[in-house]
Structures are given as C-alpha cells and as structure tokens.
Ligand binder design. Structure first.
Ligand SMILES: Nc1ncnc2c1ncn2[C@@H]1O[C@H](COP(=O)(O)OP(=O)(O)OP(=O)(O)O)[C@@H](O)[C@H]1O
Ligand SMILES: [Mg+2]
Length: 363
C-alpha cells in the first residue's frame, strides 16, 4: 500500500507528528480547529508540494517557522519496494523533493502518489468553472497515458505563442499558418486522449453512482472546446478577427469541458447538496477505480469530513464502497462514532485522535 509511515513538521498547528497509517482505512477525528484538515493538507503537500486550501504557501507553514517538511516511506508501485520520500518547502517557495536518496521533479512526484481529494471544494467540479473539470479529466489522462504530459506541455507552448502573436493585433499569414498547423496537431491529439479517458471512465462512474445514490440519472458529456463536427482549421480562420480583437484564441482544448447533467439540466442547478456530494464523490471514486485497473496501483484518498451533507444511509454506502476498494483512505470527521459502525470486523481500520496538532492512535 502506498504510505507506510508519515512524519509532518511545521504545517499549520502541527509542529511535529509521526505515525504509521493503516494500509486501508484511517479515521482522523477531533474537535473543530484540532488539525484534521491540516493533516490531509500535509499528505496533499507530500504528493503535490502544495496545499488544497491556499495558493500562498506561507500560510501553510506554521506561524513563525520558515519551512514545512513531510517525510514518508512509501510503496509507490505496490510491489513491496518501500522507499523514503521527503518534501520540504520554505517561505520563499523553494521546494526540495527527495525520493530514494535522489532529487526528483514535480511531474515525477505526481506519478508516485496518485491522490484523490474529496472535500467541500470538490463541489466545484459541478459548480465551478470548466477549468476545474478540465483538471479532473487531465488528472485521468495524465495517469493513464504516458504521452499526455509532453503533449499537454507542447500544446500549452503553442497556445502561448499564438496568443502572443494575436495580442499584437495583426498576424503574418505565413506565421499564422505555421502556428495553426501545430495548434491543430496537438489539439486533436490532446482531445483524443481526453475523450478516450472519459469513455473509459463512464462505466465505472455509472456503476459507482448506482451504488452510492441509486437511481439518479446523470449524464457526462465531454466537450472538446470547439464544434467537433467541423474542421478546426476552418473554425480558427472564421474566428481570427474576433481572436485578434480579444488577443487570445477563443476555441480549442483550452476551452474543453465535461458537462454533468441530470435529466437534461445542469447538475449544479438541479441536485441537492447531498446528491452533489455523492455525484462528485462517484466521479473521484471512478477515477480511482479506473486508475487501479489500468495501473494495478491503488490511489490515496483524502476525504475531509465524510459525514457532512450525508444522511446515515448514504454515509454507510460511501464507507462500504471504500471498504471494497483497495485504496488507502484518510478520512476525517468530528465524532468517530459517526463512522465507526460501518466497517466489517476484518477491515484494517485505524482511528487517530488529533488535538492541538498532536496525533494519538486510539484503536
Ligand atoms: N500557519 C499556521 N500556523 C499555526 N496554526 C495555524 C496556521 N494556519 C492555521 N492554523 C490553525 O491550525 C488549526 C487547525 O486547523 P484545521 O483547519 O486543520 O482544523 P480542523 O481540525 O480541520 O477543524 P474543522 O473541524 O473546523 O474543520 C486551527 O486552529 C488554525 O487556526
Ligand atoms: Mg477541517
């Protein structure tokens, strides 16, 4: 299982803590302000060098300290080979990542611990801008196709070049043709990867949704960012005047979206709060299930305040589903009783109480 041991130093109200998590289900409970979300943030920092609560790293570092550090031992490939992984970052933003005694970069790190986060911000997957949903699709494409990251970087570079030419207000036709050819090449490839991923994800999503919520009609539809029935070069030419006026490219993969609908209406407008939580959770759990099938590696799930918004029956269904997957889960809640009844006797469930940033395993 991915994370065998974890030490956290100087993250929010956690000055220093160490523990050995269960390979399956970890329940972290404690009063408001005790440090539950901070512990999940520490795991997120370990996997991605950043917080999910702030873009300004200095707020994550404990007050009057200058550097955060998370150290772990992990079995990244699930083959029993445990290696040390340490991530530190200081107030200036300088990041240091060491894995198995070597320095590695962020994209290598992202491949080591496939993290899935479910918290109140996850509602953004339905309610937020298309950028959030693109990120969701790209997480899957990144983890399922090794060529994705290079392609995504190449496309981003071409888009930036094209946009900087557009910003000048006029564009040399020969230059435009060169950049458009590259733009189209990468746009088509990127879009095929994204579409392939959504096609693969759909059956998992439908099955998990049925288990978590029952008969709730939800449709997912990937939208490429332009009218796919027409050639992209034609559309780029048609939009050129508008793009020159705006100074950016108005169609393409940078405008892709994943439309989530319930009975033909946007799920964000139609569903109740609890239903939304279950739908976004089903999306994230489907990603984990598909990732596991494709790579034979489980995900690490960070689930902040699992019982919130859910009634007892749905909390139970959620836990029962988590129990049947192979993922390593870190679940927070205020009262441990809210979740303790749902697990089978032979499931490896560990309970940790956190108080003022100090963690104690209780059972
Ligand atoms: N940079 C920081 N340095 C020190 N303490 C901090 C820092 N940032 C936040 N805190 C404090 O850390 C504590 C833990 O916050 P956290 O959000 O982890 O609590 P929580 O257990 O998730 O609470 P809740 O149940 O309300 O969600 C809070 O008291 C907060 O004020
Ligand atoms: Mg919290």
């Amino acid at each position: 299982m991915p994370i065998r041991s974890l030490s956290v130093e100087k993250i929010r109200n956690i000055s220093a803590l160490s523990f050995e998590p269960s390979e399956r289900i970890n329940i972290i409970y404690g009063a408001n302000g005790s440090g539950k979300t901070s512990l999940l943030e520490s795991l997120h920092f370990l996997g991605l060098t950043r917080s999910f609560r702030t873009n300004q790293f200095r707020y994550l570092i404990s007050a009057s300290e200058s550097q955060s550090l998370v150290f772990s031992t992990i079995d990244a490939m699930g083959n029993g080979q445990v290696k040390p992984l340490g991530v530190s970052r200081d107030v200036s933003g300088e990041v240091n990542i060491r894995y198995g005694g070597n320095s590695i970069d962020l994209s290598e790190l992202a491949g080591l611990i496939p993290l899935q986060l479910i918290n109140t911000d996850t509602f953004e997957l339905l309610e937020g801008s298309p950028a959030t949903r693109r990120q969701f699709v790209d997480w899957g494409a990144f983890h399922s196709e090794t060529a994705f990251i290079q392609l995504w970087r190449a496309f981003k570079r071409v888009l930036q070049q094209r946009n900087s030419l557009l910003k000048c207000g006029k564009i040399d036709p020969v230059l435009r043709q060169i950049w458009d050819q590259e733009f189209i090449l990468y746009a088509e490839q990127l879009t095929s990867m994204r579409q392939r991923y959504i096609d693969l994800l759909m059956p998992d999503f439908e099955e998990i949704l049925l288990r978590l919520v029952g008969d709730l009609a939800i449709t997912l539809k990937f939208s490429a960012g332009w009218d796919k029935k027409r050639p992209l070069d034609e559309l780029l030419s048609e939009n050129l005047l508008r793009d020159l006026k705006q100074g950016f490219t108005s169609i393409g993969p940078q405008r892709a979206d994943l439309k989530v609908k319930s009975e033909g209406v946007s799920a964000a407008e139609r569903l109740s709060r609890g239903q939304k939580k279950l739908v976004v959770s089903a999306l994230k759990l489907a990603q984990g299930a598909l990732f596991h099938r494709l790579s034979n590696r489980p995900c690490v799930y960070l689930i902040d305040d699992l019982p919130s918004e859910l009634d007892e029956r749905h909390s139970r269904l959620f836990c029962e589903f988590l129990e049947q997957t192979n993922n390593q889960c870190f679940i927070t809640c205020v009262e441990p009783d809210a979740l303790s009844r749902f697990w089978k006797a032979d499931t490896a469930v560990a309970y940790f109480n956190i108080e003022a940033g100090q963690l104690v395993q209780t059972h």
